[in-house]
Design a protein around this ligand. Sequence first.
Ligand SMILES: [Zn+2]
Ligand SMILES: [Zn+2]
Length: 412
Amino acid sequence: MQHHRVQAHPSASVVRGTVRWSPGKSLWFTGMGLIAVVGGAATFSWTAVAVFLIATGTVLLLGHSLGSHRKMIHDSFGCPRWLERTLVWLGVQVGLAGPIGLLRQHELRDFAQRLPHCHPYLRHGSGFWTDAWWQLHCELELDAPPDIAVEARIADDPFYRWLERTWRWQQLPLAVLLLAIGGWSFVVWGVCARITAGVFGHWLIGYFAHNHGPMHHVVDGAAVQGHNIRWTSLLTMGESWHNNHHAFPGSARLGIGPGEWDPGWWALVALQKCGLAWNLRTPDQLLPRVELRALDAVGARTGDDQGAVPTWRELWAWSDVRRVPEPLVLRGPSVTVPARAFAWLLGGGGNFTRDRAAQRLSGCLGGFRMSGLPALWLATARRSPLHRYAALAWLPAATGLESLRRFASVPR
Ligand SMILES: [Zn+2]
Ligand SMILES: [Zn+2]
């Protein structure tokens, strides 16, 4: 079992336990929330909102997603020790817990969710409002918890131990800096509102990702399944592809199908290109799991490429788009454009069909397979001569953007 950290002795149980109010957790969240709402309204400015957005995006992407989750907890890629520590420090800035505490919570939850039965606290299984109260204000005390052995590399690391003891105080350096730069407004928005949004969002996504949403895979015999939440993929830096994560916990890549945006993975591939990350693990490199069952085409061909790269000849042939009746397949982020918007862009023409299972749009439009934006613009070229000129003008930009996306999303 991949859970090398959890050791379940015979009398251990992840079912029997009591949920108790946790004063530290509850007051921390409530206090930050009150300051964020009252202070945020009193000190509102668009600059402060920009500080909030930048700070929140940074700690979620580099800290929580890359540092805490994909690196420290799952060790799904390699990087220099100094970078790992920096990313984990940024992860502590989210305000959920210290690094070792967070890791222990994650291990217990992950272990319990894969068993046939576990306490509803551990599987977000007791309804929306109860779950909000439990996860944001309470802790679960199991009667006979399994042992969690955190490896010495993390548990004995002096820096991580120091972060564990002082994780709430780690907000202080940034708070002082923000106070010096922009006054109390920056502190309220850059620290208190950021923590409130991070902690609340973490619970909200956790609730939905274990209760609602599409799935590519089922883990047989598990107490709860993960679900993918498409519309929060950018907000969560790719963490909301939670069904994929349940299927491939050791993968550094969370968005595995075409059009599954995963900013955390893009950042990792960018780091890899700079020589700062290596051995990025993808689903096809993991050991097969007998309990894993694919539900659709994406699940069945996990790790497949994101569509063919257009060649220059294909691009040159754009003007022939009306003459060759072969299927044109749109992949990549363009599949996330709603079908109705496509119909409008194409002037009602174009036999586009949406294959929901494979998450791609296809239709009889051109003599070549193209992916993403270039395909979209070629498709719109059918509408009128004006559209064809517009498409020609847009094509270099669309091809450039598509190349950039492929550069960031496909490891070489
Ligand atoms: Zn989960
Ligand atoms: Zn995980």
